[in-house]
Write a protein that binds this ligand. Structure first.
Ligand code: CLF
Ligand code: SF4
Length: 528
């Protein structure tokens, strides 16, 4: 009989194992499944731990905040906007904005030369020692700007060799560049794949520009999908980790993305990231102007859940901008404008970075230990009930953000089968506006987390507390600065006990709204 993860943990507890031993037993139980073709499964989950993955894969993902959900609480990435041009047109993109494949629209980027970009990387690496990954993700397509992209990688590989290199592409010219990608040790490549059927593709891509010629409709979509799949296969052959980003467009490719998931998994993709379409008339995109809506929170979750059996899903993407800096979900790009960087006295010290990262690893191990003991809290409790909880956090796996200061909430699904399971985040307006609460912002927070039963915060004022309660969301501040998962499970156990003794009446919650990013105009004009 197949044991669940929790049953393994319970058996370990019963056998008197300590937290480390429990983690190890669970990892061995999960193992890396073998594919029907006898090969190793590409991944054992974005939440995978050291024992879940082959050592060479673990080395690549362990401190990459996008490829490891667990790492994203501790490690930061940065993007440099060196690639303005694009060679296709997506109906969700307005060239005045950052690439919507990897960057939410509407945030200004500065175009950088490779030399400026290299200086910026050193400046950020000296200031944020947990910044471990440099990505090039736009504002156009990095591989439509190969000279600038690879020159940037070359400069950084020389001056900051401990930083992992990462790029994101629409895939049209990927097959032409795989050898160069391998040459510069770019270990992580994201391809945006929204379809594997040109009929679907023709509704998303009005044209592509390939070998000096413009192709429209079905012809363009056919070339694009063939090139994307060819590029993915080539990356897999060379052992380069690939992640697939897909934009979920209700009524156009939502059902089809299950097919996409199968196609990319069979070609060796490591991870699949299904993101919500960001669409609003003021973006000036085709989809924005035609009123194409994005998915709701529950529609997105349902699709991600349905693909999870096929392949591991990334659920912590922030659709970040082409000049993003910091932990996923935090925005420190304003600290590193070109003007400020040029004035900065940069002192890139590898030993300091390594010492800091050793401390990060200690914190990370403490979180893992807390997760193991979390499963002990649930030992012997059985229930079909699943609830969602929102968490205000600044990172490090702790409940350490005030309600009014949170610009996003992390969402966990609580169940007796899986414990506390990260399923995504919700962007919100700041409630606290310079010392006073903003009622309109509170309404947007409630709309964003109204599928949650509880919200965990480090601190919250009396007024928002009451409004949240009236909306059926329980504000909880008793676990301030404690580990998220352990606290959430402690609460969940209490919740189930309340349901059992009748003091709590369990009600199913409805759906919630996914908020797009801020909208601003006039950013980088992408040249063809
Ligand atoms: Fe950047 Fe992308 Fe590399 Fe990450 S982002 S190039 S893989 S380092 Fe990450 Fe940002 Fe989502 Fe991209 S959260 S948009 S998946
Ligand atoms: Fe699509 Fe290019 Fe816009 Fe990116 S920059 S969203 S690939 S059109």
């Amino acid at each position: 009989m197949e044991l669940t993860e929790r049953e393994v943990a319970e058996a370990a507890v019963a056998a008197g194992k300590n937290a480390d031993e429990i983690m190890k037993m669970m990892a061995e139980h999960k193992g890396c499944e073998t594919d029907s073709d006898g090969g190793k499964k590409a991944s054992c989950g974005t939440a995978a731990a050291e024992n879940d993955l082959p050592p060479e894969i673990w080395e690549k993902v362990k401190n990459h905040p996008c490829y490891s959900e667990e790492a994203h609480h501790h490690y930061a990435r940065m993007h440099v906007a060196v690639a303005p041009a694009c060679n296709i047109q997506c109906n969700y993109c307005n060239r005045k904005y950052d690439c919507a494949n990897e960057s939410r629209p509407g945030v200004v980027s500065e175009r950088l030369t490779p030399e400026q970009a290299a200086k910026k990387v050193l400046a950020v690496a000296s200031t944020i020692p947990q910044m471990t990954v440099l990505g090039i993700a736009g504002p156009g397509d990095p591989l439509a700007n190969p000279e600038k992209t690879f020159k940037t990688f070359e400069l950084i590989a020389k001056t900051a060799p401990d930083i992992k290199l990462c790029l994101s592409t629409n895939g049209l010219t990927l097959p032409d560049h795989v050898d160069t990608i391998a040459k510069y040790n770019v270990d992580h490549v994201t391809i945006t794949v929204n379809m594997v059927d040109p009929e679907v593709g023709a509704k998303i891509y009005p044209w592509i520009f390939y070998k000096h010629k413009r192709y429209t409709g079905l012809d363009g979509a056919k070339i694009l999908t063939e090139r994307q799949m060819q590029g993915l296969e080539m990356l897999t052959e060379r052992g380069i980790l690939s992640k697939i980003n897909s934009v979920m467009i209700p009524g156009i490719n939502d059902k089809h993305l299950v097919e996409v998931n199968k196609a990319v998994k069979s070609r060796g993709a490591f991870l699949h990231n299904i993101m919500p379409l960001i669409s609003a008339a003021e973006h000036g995109t085709v989809f924005g102007l035609t009123g194409q809506r994005g998915p709701t929170a529950q529609e997105l979750k349902k699709l991600q859940d349905s693909c999870e059996g096929e392949m591991n899903m990334m659920r912590h993407c922030r659709q970040c901008r082409a000049d993003a800096v910091g932990l996923l979900g935090e925005d420190r790009s304003a600290e590193f404008t070109t003007e400020k960087i040029m004035e900065m006295d940069v002192n890139y010290d590898l030993a300091t970075r390594q010492a800091y990262q050793a401390k990060v690893e200690e914190e990370r191990n403490a979180v893992a230990g807390a997760k193991a003991s979390e499963l002990q809290i649930l030992a012997g409790v059985e229930s079909e009930i699943k609830i969602l909880a929102a968490v205000a956090t600044k990172g490090s796996g702790r409940i350490n953000e005030h309600f009014g200061h949170a610009s996003e909430f992390q969402i966990y699904e609580l169940s007796t089968a899986k414990g506390a399971h990260f399923i995504g985040h919700r962007r919100v307006d700041l409630y606290c506006q310079g010392g006073y609460g903003e009622e309109d912002a509170l309404e947007t927070v409630i709309r964003a987390i109204k599928d949650c039963h509880a919200v965990f915060v480090a601190k919250i004022g009396g007024c928002p507390k009451n409004t949240l309660k009236e909306a059926g969301i329980e504000p909880i501040d008793e676990f301030a600065h404690e580990f998220i998962e352990k606290s959430a499970i402690t609460y969940f156990k209490r919740y189930l006990e309340g349901v059992k003794d009748g003091s709590i009446i369990h009600v199913e919650k409805g759906d919630a709204e996914i908020r797009p990013g801020e909208v601003a105009v006039d950013v980088v004009e992408a040249a063809e």
